[in-house]
Write a protein that binds this ligand. Sequence first.
Ligand SMILES: Cc1cc2nc3c(=O)[nH]c(=O)nc-3n(C[C@H](O)[C@H](O)[C@H](O)COP(=O)(O)OP(=O)(O)OC[C@H]3O[C@@H](n4cnc5c(N)ncnc54)[C@H](O)[C@@H]3O)c2cc1C
Length: 828
Amino acid sequence: MTRQDITMQDFAKGELPASAKIVIIGGGIVGASVAYHLGAMGLTDVLLVERGRLTSGSTWHAAGLVGQLRTSANITQLLGYSVALYDRLEAETGQATGWKRNGGLRLACNAARWTEVKRQATTARSFGLEMELLSPKEAQDLWPLMQVDDVVGAAFLPTDGQASPSDITAALAKGARMKGVTIREGVSVTGIKVEDGAVVAIETDQGRIACDKLVICAGQWSRELGRLAGVNIPLVSVQHQYLITEPIPGVTPDLPTLRDPDRLTYWKEEVGGLVMGGYEPNPKLWDVDPLPAEFAFQLLDNDLDHFEPIMGEALGRVPALAEAGIRQFINGPESFTPDGNFILGEAPEVKNIFVGAGFNAFGIAAGGGAGMALAEWVAKGAPPFDLWPVDIQRFGRNHRDLGFIRARTLEAYARHYTMAWPFEEAEAGRPLRRSPLYDRLKAAGAVFGEKLGFERANWFADPALGEEPHDRYSYERPNWFAAVGREHRAAREAAVLFDQTSFAKFELVGRDAESALSYIAANDVAKPVGHLVYTQMLNDAGGIECDLTVSRLAEDRYFIVTGTGFATHDFHWIARGVPAGMDARLSDVTSAYATLVLMGPKAREILAAISRDDLSHTAFPFGRARGISAGGCPVLALRVTYVGELGFELHVPTEFALTLFDALMAAGQPHGLTLAGYRAIESLRLEKGYRAWGAEIGPDHSPLVAGLGAFVKLKKPLDFRGRPALEAQAAKPLPRLLAAFTTEDPDIVLLGRETIYRDGVRVGWLASGGFGYTIGRPIGYGYVRRTEGVDRDFVLSGRYELEVAGERVAATAHLDPLYDPKGEKIRA
Ligand SMILES: Cc1cc2nc3c(=O)[nH]c(=O)nc-3n(C[C@H](O)[C@H](O)[C@H](O)COP(=O)(O)OP(=O)(O)OC[C@H]3O[C@@H](n4cnc5c(N)ncnc54)[C@H](O)[C@@H]3O)c2cc1C
């Protein structure tokens, strides 16, 4: 019998098959969970290969805490799924899992942390998890060994728990086998074969295995494996230490897990003793290249000096630790990522290669849910719900450099338990990508934020007013509040200039550009040359995958502008969405153009002062794209706005950017032209009701529920992706509607995730929050949900309250824009 003749059944007896529909690399908790869930979906031509033995990577030495609450509702839901799965896995498979729901405690030791914890409790409530707020004494009653002199309060999540990582993985693997999936240990993957942009096979130390789909779940080795196929998986290996004590009197099996972020430590019970680990502020890489293949069931050398500060903090919390015998020190390497979130989904570079890796020391907590989601992604081509915060497509070109990835990852690790401030910016690896205007803006007092490596002015400090050009984060009004208010008002009353060079810009060119884009876009983009259209692009369920503008520059050429952070995602959505056989090629022209956005009632006068082109409303109305000359520069001018004012988005070849900028600033001076940043954009767009992808809109929401029905060509007999799903949704009451909320009290700070109550009943949470300086009120957006469906009357007729950091405050719901509802300003 040759290898080609071997079937999966033979294979189960020990031979390697020549092919499998789906191959999973890695037998840690994540690979085992993907295998389990593919099996549960009835897919059996599935092969998991593991180089060593199951769990031999990071999984076997994990501490096993299983927490659920994250800042995203869907990621929280994923972790909640893990808990529900672990609840039943032992009974289902007959394999012990060590799982117990002993609850999770989180301490707060200062006023700011207490605010953070109270806001987390509200977030939990928004997402349907009950999290109780406790006094120090009540917390101590649950965890008698700790001293609470410095504790201000605590939160308790009763459904959190802990598990034995190896046993959970064994149970998942057993469950997978019971459902017909094949698992082979001792098989090392050495190569990945790609043809025509799609995976076709893997090479192993025991031969080639053809496959239709490949799932890389190889933990910290995933980055190297991805490189074999040209797939970038930005993660690095970091050392993580914890200790296990001998039994300590008073430690009972029902002791909740404990997180003590102000002391950088976590705790759990283990065989009558305690596990204590922490996140050092100066983390250490496992700096070997390549990572050794033979590193199975191994640990790194302890580094007690490095652990010492954590130990000191821990002794302050649990004095009994001083007397306890230490059974073992663990120093295990684990993969961490630049933003502290794991990596899931189909690789943008190669079709049918999927990734589940980079679990940032919460792979046991996430493993069940991540495996479920990834299995569905692999089997059906789409995740079960929006997983943008963990989607591999959130990364960009900046994430290809190991130096950048390392710097950012170590920073994320060090910040694991520090305060998660609203609007906090990363600092490591900056500046990396700079617009040509960077130095001009910096000299003008710009305080920069960063997205996909791009430096972007968030706001401008005025030293004459005593403002320092630095962010000072707070849960109250931050130090930039007044400055952003000035920029906001300048946009409404005179004019502002935003440097939005970081916008992702694409060109779709080809004989079939119109037909292709017409199928991919939900709005009618088959417009004459010179027209600009705002459109969504939908998935098959009618959810919004992209939200962008397209301008027709020629019969066969469209210019597409989308958000900085969506460069990878939107590019691949469009490129892969072009129907087979059509001539339409997408190229990324982001770096070719700088983008200066001039907005405000004086915008036309300012631009007209440096251009001979006719910029009147008749000659250049809203929704048009024109090539003009301004300040001596060739400019693609778009009449569009994201702030609700008359204005122009000016795309200029990069080398002309400074000239155009200087000309605009000089011409704008008599009109009160002001520089403004992204925080002003956010305030302005919230007031105007413009949606932000990743906040209020995304793959889970259709344009109908998001109030964007007017931008969909449903009334025209034109086919487009997602149309059948939208028609089905339109035929029934909508399950939810996006509404704006304002509070009477102007001093309330809305940040997003506050719970929405309608007539005392929880109906949703805020997807975004901010402040509208023109209306003088806090603004939040959130979906009002009801099982029987909702309509405008239902939304507008309720009596609303928002829960903010545990307190309920009166609020009003709105369905029309809070500013210029008729859009008169933008059409001036
Ligand atoms: C000290 C420490 C404490 C932790 N505590 C917790 C905790 O309390 N709670 C929690 O949720 N998480 C915790 N974690 C994190 C958790 O251990 C990981 O997130 C999780 O185990 C990752 O699982 P994985 O399947 O992605 O990777 P791994 O378990 O590393 O599995 C990857 C597998 O891929 C295999 N492989 C690699 N290359 C190849 C190849 N070429 N061919 C074939 N196979 C290959 C490896 O042999 C390995 O078995 C902790 C981690 C550490 C280090």
